[in-house]
Design a protein around this ligand. Sequence first.
Ligand code: HEC
Length: 111
Amino acid sequence: MKASLLIALLAVVSASAHAGAGAAAQKAEVCAACHGADFNTPISADIPRLAGQYPDYLARALTDYKSGARKNALMNGQAEGLSAQDITELSAYIGALPSSLIVIPLHRFIR
Ligand code: HEC
């Protein structure tokens, strides 16, 4: 009896922990199927790396896929069910992930 009550309580606690910071991670699980669990190792070369990308760039891309302004059969389908808040949360989450992409400032080459 006591053990089952404890298990039930633990389930409630972990469910509410997921609702906060974990919510975006949970929403991103479906995306990870193609973009990679770390968003840095996509499953094929024609799928972009997203980890560490500017959140406003990600949000713009997702908003354009949703509206149809940017066309891609896979991503139009992925974005159509996202709310504006989903897009904001996913973009912040993915943009904060560690990235292997680097930007080399142009002035190092052009003087
Ligand atoms: C079925 C595979 C698949 C899934 C699932 C998927 N994507 Fe994509 N994603 C792609 C492909 C392919 C592209 C490149 C499309 C293009 O050329 O416009 C892409 C492009 C993107 C881009 C644009 C990147 C850029 O550099 O412009 C963003 C942002 C993005 N995906 C976010 C997501 C998010 C967020 C999810 C989950 C809601 C998701 N994707 C789920 C395959 C997928």
